[in-house]
Design a protein around this ligand. Structure first.
Ligand code: NAP
Length: 314
């Protein structure tokens, strides 16, 4: 059980996921939340992480810090995606154990599943086939993180759990087009085209792939729900269980931004896997369901982007 006065360390508290988890914890009356920026604490540095745990002695840890990137960054820097993520996880999970952290939540992503996993993807599809090669290093690191949580539970009885959210979007997203995911990239492109009066916006691929999107505050709500209610060994998918085509997504973002030009699909760019949808049966049976639908979520994300365009990660 976690308590409202427990000291909760959110690693990556200024990122998309970590900042949403902090907002959700605060809204539910958790009063003792701590964080460190990357500048203040490099989580790949084992000695520094140990010193931080010695000093702060958190009761609960949320591991939302990671080296994250789009397809290009993942594809061109596999060594660093594997090294940094494994290092961050090893340091935090082992120091949590040594400092008697009573609950830890590890954040992974659905790229842990095999490229040809059944759709929708159930939790037990893990390690049943080859991974997508473009983000293999990141996926291997994330798989090792969730397996480590399992092993610490098995060997020591530590209450360390893992969740695998689907594609997320919302406040504090990364809008830098060299590393951003599809939703923030579309928001930025349509916004800039509208402001500059450009007649067309180029988007990558054919628009036919099907994807699932979850508003990040919903994801945070699910994470806190799991912290409060789940202690199982198996990881839990977090998603909506609903999918849209990239074309439909583009139309929704275009309408929300109020852009009136045309979309040009650059079919020379890759589409990625044709379909990726999580099976959320387990999460639903635990008693949690998403609240924000895609249209509302895109509106909220765009409002944040407009208000924070000067500080957003561009
Ligand atoms: N975004 C998604 O759609 C999505 C979907 C499913 C799962 N997830 C998972 O959620 C987690 C967080 O992702 P995110 O989207 O929130 O990424 P993000 O916005 O880039 O946030 C990651 C945070 O980790 C920090 N960080 C990275 N390396 C660090 C280091 N060596 N030392 C200290 N801090 C470090 C970053 O700080 P700096 O920026 O200063 O380096 C940043 O604040 C990841 O595990 C990811 O797999 C994300």
């Amino acid at each position: 059980m976690i308590g409202h006065n427990d000291k909760i360390y959110v690693a990556g508290h200024r990122g998309l996921v970590g900042s949403a988890i902090v907002r959700n914890l605060e809204s539910k009356g958790y009063t003792n939340i701590i964080g460190r920026t990357h500048k203040e604490l490099d989580l790949t540095d084992q000695a520094a992480v140990r010193a931080f745990f010695d000093e702060e002695k958190p009761d609960v840890v949320v591991l939302a810090a990671a080296k994250v990137g789009g397809i290009n960054a993942n594809n061109t820097q596999p060594a660093m995606f594997a090294y940094e993520n494994m290092q961050i996880q090893c340091n935090i999970i082992n120091e949590s154990h040594k400092h008697n952290v009573k609950k830890l939540l590890f954040l992974g992503s659905t790229c842990i599943y095999p490229r040809m996993a059944p759709q929708p993807i159930p939790e037990d599809a893990l390690l049943t086939g080859p991974l997508e090669t473009t983000n293999e290093a990141y996926a291997i690191a994330k798989i090792s993180g969730l397996e480590m949580c399992k092993f610490y539970k098995r060997q020591y009885g530590d209450d360390y759990i893992s969740c695998m959210p689907t594609n997320l979007y919302g406040p504090h997203d990364n809008y830098d087009l060299s590393g951003s995911h599809v939703m923030p990239a579309m928001i930025r492109k349509f916004h800039e085209a509208k402001v500059n009066g450009n007649p067309t916006v180029e988007l990558w691929g054919t628009g036919t792939p099907l994807r699932e999107f979850l508003y990040v505050d919903d994801m945070a709500d699910a994470c806190v729900f799991l912290l409060e209610n789940y202690d199982g060994e198996q990881h839990v998918n977090i998603g909506t269980g609903k999918e849209v085509s990239i074309k439909e997504l583009a139309e929704t973002v275009k309408k929300t931004v109020g852009y009136e030009g045309e979309i040009v699909w650059n079919k020379d760019m890759p589409d990625g896997t044709p379909r990726k949808l999580t099976d959320v049966t387990k999460l639903h049976s635990l008693g949690w369901k998403h609240k924000v639908d895609l249209e509302e979520g895109v509106k909220l994300a765009y409002e944040w982007f407009k208000e924070n365009v000067d500080q957003a990660r561009m």
